[in-house]
Every structure is written in structure tokens, then in C-alpha cells.
Ligand binder design. Structure first.
Ligand SMILES: [Zn+2]
Length: 434
């Protein structure tokens, strides 16, 4: 059984001033608790919720006796997570400050602190008793309700001070059992594209994820220089602009990854296939993105294009019960999947097999090697196994000189509108590559 988890955002209606003030007080107290707990956790190297709770719960309870007791509990969870990620960043040398700042707060809730009352209203426990709040229904929320997802007890609430509304982050869960795979779809992740091998055809979906990351990096840099000249360093307008750019970047990347993951996972589910991914390390491999010298930027691109893309596929796969298999990514594009010999590359992404002399596109070779590894082959017995698996169109080159050999790059603007690789996709493919 795999469990799929999704967060759905729901807004409350505008609250009366008096009611909203109670939530403002609650937020203030919760923030104080979390700040104290984070400070303690970081000083004492506590990253586990259970330990933080064991050591601090009583103290928090007596200091904030007016708060419903479970806030002390959820604040411990919140603080433990903040401390954990801060200490990890610090270890990697990526923490900018000696202590984590508790800047934006969303109040963590558990089953004692909130409950849904029907579809349009929820009740929340506060220091002034339980308060009932009406929520605005949205399509997203109803879709999960209608499709058999279960509303989980954990939730978060954030205050919108400007609009006097609450923003609720609800968690939906769904248990799906994985099927036994009948075939494989392999995915080779790149900086700006995903090569996907489906039914003997390699599709090259352009994602532009590293280009997007780089673009925003340079935009932020120029904003930095321009604003610092006018307003002085670290000004408010600059910070606001930064935030806007970061939000736009995040939303765009998320949309790209989510759409492509959905497309790939749906194709896998339709074929009852498993998805084969490369096992990625924590840091970008040396030969990935050699041209990018700035280590922070390399890390960002790696997270966005490699890790982020895989995570989106994993999450989507859990929802559809699609099994995901990880294989060793070493040398996947360097070795000929048929002869097991080295492929010698020229300047572009095309290379020649040093034994058979046939031409390979780097991403096509990688996709087939991932498939071989998933099948348990090491390349040594490749010819027969691979021939049996892929459709050969009779050309002099083992895989056939045409379709399987040269992936047609599919621009983001094209595939982003696709619902599947169905009957219409071939036509579109041809049009795009023509
Ligand atoms: Zn070869």
C-alpha cells in the first residue's frame, strides 16, 4: 500500500473584527511558543519531536495555561521541524544566521484543535473557546472530497491580516495499492529536458527547469544591484521585489514539474508499467552542469531540475499506484546498450559506438541503459534482451535508424497542453519536430 498525500488550500470568509482579534492573539502566543522552542532545540541540538516534547511540554503548558493543551503539542512538532531543517542547513554551510528566524507562522492543528462541520464550516479551539468559521468552497477542495480522498486530522491555519480571513491548509490522504508492473517506462532526467522511453519510443520533453532557475537568478541579481543603488542595501522595496520574483519562480517550476509528472504517470498507469528513475545522490554529480561554477546555483538547479522532478513523479505515482524503481545512474549515457562498449561523443549529444559503429543520441542511450538495469541486465547480455524488448524496424542499425534513435524534442508549450500520448500525439510530435 502506498499513501498519497496532498495539501489543499481553503479560505475562510471575512471574519468579524472581534473574532479575528482572537485569532491574532492566538497567533501571537503560538509564535512565542515556537520561537522559544526553536531556540531551545537549536541550542541543545534537538531535532526530534518526541525529545523536544519530553523536555519542554510541561514548561510550555504552565507558561501558556490559557492555550488549549494541544497547541503545546503541535508547537513542539512545528519547532522540531524548523530546528531540524535549520541544523541541516547549518551543517551544509547554507544557514545565513546563527539562529533560525521564525518569520512567517502558520498554526499547526491536530484533531483536537479543529474539526470540519459539514463541507462549509470548521470549528477551531482557541484560548477563548471553540470558534466556528465558514469556509469558501473551491473546485480544488471539492475535487478531493468527491474522488474518495480522506481528510486527515493534521492541518495548518494562517492569518490573512489584510483581508481578515483565515487560510487553511488541509491534508487529504488516499491509500492506493501498487500493481505488479507488466512493463517499464524509463525516465532520464536532465537540466532542461526529460527523456522518457515508452513503448520503444524516446520522447524528449523540454522542461527548461535550469533555464528558468538561471533566468530568475540573474533577474534577482540585477534587481539587487539596481535597488541597492537607489535605496541602499537590504531595503524594503528590494525585499518585496525579491519575494515576488521568488514566488513566481516557485509557481512556474511547480507547474512544469507537476504537469509533466502527471503525463508520465498516467501513461505508466495505462500500461500497468513501473517507472524507472536514476538513483540520485544528495549533491549534483560532478559532470552535471560543469559550466556552472557557483556552488549555490548548482545546488538550486539540481534541486529544481533533478530532485524536484523526481519528487513530483514519485508523488503522482503514489496516487495512481504506479511502482517506482531506482537504478544506478553511473555511465548510463556512456556505454552502448547493445554492445556494452563505450560510446564516443563529439561536440553535440550524438555519439558513435566504438564496437558497432552505430550512432547514439545521449538521452536515448541513457533511457535504454536504465531499462536494462531495471531488468537486471548489466549490459553484457544486452543484445538479445534488448532486441526482444524494443521494436526494430529493420534498418541496418540495431535499433533501427529512425524513430527509436532520434528523440524528437517536444517544446514545453506543446506537451503542457497534452492530456496523454494518445492517438493525437504522433501527429503533434511530427508537427513539432518538423
Ligand atoms: Zn553499440
Amino acid at each position: 500500500m502506498a499513501e498519497a498525500v496532498r495539501t489543499v488550500v481553503v479560505r475562510s470568509e471575512q471574519l468579524p473584527r472581534r473574532t479575528f482579534r482572537i485569532f491574532v492573539e492566538l497567533e501571537g502566543m503560538y509564535r512565542n511558543v515556537v520561537e522559544q522552542l526553536v531556540l531551545y532545540a537549536v541550542n541543545n541540538n534537538v531535532t526530534k519531536f518526541t525529545r523536544l516534547k519530553a523536555e519542554k511540554y510541561r514548561e510550555v503548558r504552565s507558561l501558556y495555561s490559557q492555550l488549549p493543551s494541544h497547541y503545546a503539542y503541535t508547537a513542539c512538532q512545528d519547532a522540531a521541524e524548523r530546528a531540524h531543517s535549520f541544523l541541516r542547513m547549518k551543517k551544509m554551510g547554507r544557514a545565513r544566521k546563527p539562529y533560525p528566524e521564525v518569520r512567517s507562522v502558520s498554526i499547526w492543528l491536530d484533531d483536537h484543535l479543529w474539526r470540519a462541520e459539514g463541507l462549509t464550516s470548521i470549528s477551531l479551539a482557541t484560548h477563548k473557546g471553540r470558534l466556528k468559521v465558514s469556509v469558501e468552497l473551491n473546485k480544488h477542495y471539492l475535487r478531493y472530497v468527491n474522488r474518495g480522498w480522506r481528510l486527515a486530522s493534521e492541518a495548518r491555519v494562517k492569518l490573512d491580516h489584510k483581508e481578515r480571513k483565515l487560510t487553511l491548509y488541509l491534508t487529504f490522504k488516499k491509500e492506493v495499492s501498487e500493481y505488479r508492473p507488466k512493463s517499464y517506462i524509463t525516465v532520464d532526467v536532465n537540466e532542461d529536458a526529460e527523456a522518457v522511453l515508452i513503448d520503444g519510443l524516446v520522447y524528449l520533453f523540454e522542461t527548461d527547469l535550469s533555464r528558468v532557475t538561471l533566468g530568475y537568478y540573474y533577474r534577482r541579481k540585477s534587481v539587487h544591484e539596481r535597488y541597492d543603488r537607489v535605496y541602499g542595501p537590504g531595503s524594503r522595496p528590494a525585499r518585496r521585489m525579491f519575494k515576488r520574483l521568488s514566488n513566481k519562480e516557485r509557481t512556474l517550476k511547480k507547474e512544469i514539474r507537476w504537469k509533466l509528472a502527471t503525463l508520465i504517470v498516467r501513461e505508466a498507469a495505462r500500461r500497468q508499467a513501473a517507472i524507472v528513475l536514476e538513483r540520485l545522490g544528495k549533491e549534483p554529480a560532478k559532470n552535471m552542469m560543469e559550466r556552472i561554477k557557483d556552488p549555490q546555483l548548482r545546488y538550486r538547479i539540481f534541486q529544481a531540475a533533478f530532485k524536484g522532478m523526481q519528487r513530483a513523479i514519485e508523488e503522482k505515482a503514489r496516487e495512481y499506484g504506479v511502482p517506482v524503481i531506482y537504478v544506478d545512474p553511473r555511465n548510463t549515457s556512456k556505454v552502448c546498450p547493445i554492445h556494452g562498449a563505450e560510446i564516443v561523443y563529439g561536440k553535440d549529444r550524438h555519439g558513435t559506438c566504438s564496437r558497432g559503429g552505430e550512432t547514439w543520441h545521449r538521452d536515448v542511450a541513457a533511457c535504454y541503459n536504465l531499462l536494462l538495469r531495471a531488468l537486471g541486465g548489466d549490459g553484457g547480455h544486452a543484445p538479445s534482451r534488448l532486441r526482444a524488448l524494443v521494436t526494430v524496424d529493420g534498418g541496418p542499425v540495431p535499433l533501427g535508424p529512425t524513430a527509436a534513435h532520434e528523440p524528437a524534442p517536444i517544446a514545453r508549450g506543446a506537451w503542457a497542453r497534452w492530456k496523454s500520448l494518445g492517438a493525437t500525439s504522433d501527429r503533434k510530435l511530427m508537427r513539432v519536430s518538423a
